[in-house]
Structure formats: structure tokens, C-alpha cells
Design a protein around this ligand. Structure first.
Ligand code: GLN
Length: 192
């Protein structure tokens, strides 16, 4: 099992550290050739416009779309925006996952927050019933899910913060910034 981490911009190294901690080999993806031999790909948080523009510059858009047809991709925060079909703005997107996202939906950087989430899919997959402590940094919300996409988690007010469509996973928050590896383990099960 080898997982790639898109390393154009953002907090890719934190994902690599988390994967190493749970004994999973990973490698940084910056060019199309780096996708070879991977079982799945994580796209980190950061700035989605920057990630998109760099993906265009490095010729990664079509190779990533091709990758996502057969293998698992997880986008966290900016990565989730990049994975979506609609971010309601003019910016490069992979347009793989049938979700609409709203960028910076909770306000500015100073409005970043943490929240405990009840995520049934995570409980079932990991056998642990503890709430999931999620870190939101100038996060998007998943405004709507369509087609085969389904909601994995929402805030108490109903705003969607995690969704899955077959082998595609999107989270508004940053599981790589806590010590809880359950979301990474959930994604690894999707890659197998
Ligand atoms: N605000 C960023 C964007 O819209 C996402 C922030 C993050 O990834 N933590 O692209």
C-alpha cells in the first residue's frame, strides 16, 4: 500500500507524518509521473486557487482526473474544493466529485474553530465511538451533494462538512492536524 500526497502547496507534510505514524508508505506528488504505482491520493488543505493554478502549470489536471476514475482520492479543505465539480468561482477544479462547495463559508482566518463531530461511518469503520475532534481553518462547507455523493457528517446546524462518493472523499476540516488517525484509516480502507 502506497499513498501519494499532492505536494504543490499547503500542509502536505502533516499528512505524510500522519501516514508514517500509522505505518503507511507515502510519497509526494508534483508531476504526473509521481502518480504511478499509488493506491490512493490525499490532496491537502492550503489555498485552492493556488493548488489549482499549480496543477495546471505542472500538467496534472488530466492525469489526476484519470487517476480518480479508478483510485481513491481524499481532499481536505482546499483539497476538497479542488476535488469538487462546483466552487461557484472561476478557478481550476478537478470536477470529479458531485458536490458544490462554498469557500470561506465560516468567515475569515480569525473565525477558524474546532468542533466535536458525530460521524457514524467513522464509528462503524473503526469501532470507536468517541466524537471526532475536527479543526476548521478558513474552511469551506459542502453546500450540496448530488448523484452518488452522500453526506458523512454535518454540524449541528446542518451544514455539511464531510461527504463521500464511491472512492472520493471530501472533508472541510483538517484530520492531519490532530493526533486522531481514524479518518486516515477510513480513507485507507477506501484505497484497499
Ligand atoms: N480558504 C481556503 C480556500 O478557499 C481553504 C483553507 C484551508 O485549506 N484550510 O482555498
Amino acid at each position: 500500500m502506497k499513498i501519494g500526497v499532492l505536494a504543490l502547496q499547503g500542509d502536505f507534510s502533516e499528512h505524510i507524518v500522519m501516514l508514517r505514524r500509522i505505518g503507511i508508505e507515502s510519497s509526494e506528488v508534483r508531476l504526473p509521473a509521481h502518480l504511478e504505482g499509488l493506491n490512493g491520493l490525499i490532496m491537502p488543505g492550503g489555498e485552492s486557487t493556488t493548488i489549482g493554478k499549480l496543477a495546471v502549470a505542472f500538467g496534472l489536471i488530466e492525469p489526476l482526473r484519470e487517476f480518480g476514475k479508478s483510485r481513491a482520492i481524499w481532499g481536505t479543505c482546499a483539497g476538497a474544493i479542488f476535488l469538487s465539480k462546483d466552487a461557484k468561482r472561476d478557478q481550476p477544479l478537478l470536477s470529479l466529485m458531485d458536490i458544490t462547495v462554498e469557500r470561506n463559508a465560516f468567515g475569515a482566518q480569525v473565525d477558524s474553530f474546532e468542533a466535536d463531530l458525530e460521524i457514524d461511518a467513522l464509528k462503524e469503520a473503526t469501532g470507536s465511538n468517541n466524537p471526532y475532534h475536527a479543526v476548521f481553518i478558513r474552511a469551506p462547507i459542502i453546500e450540496s451533494v448530488r448523484g452518488a455523493a452522500r453526506v458523512l457528517s454535518a454540524l449541528p446546524d446542518g451544514r455539511i462538512v464531510a461527504a463521500q462518493e464511491n472512492k472520493l472523499l471530501a472533508t472541510s476540516f483538517h484530520p492531519e492536524l490532530t493526533n486522531d488517525s481514524r479518518f486516515h484509516e477510513y480513507f485507507l480502507a477506501m484505497c484497499r
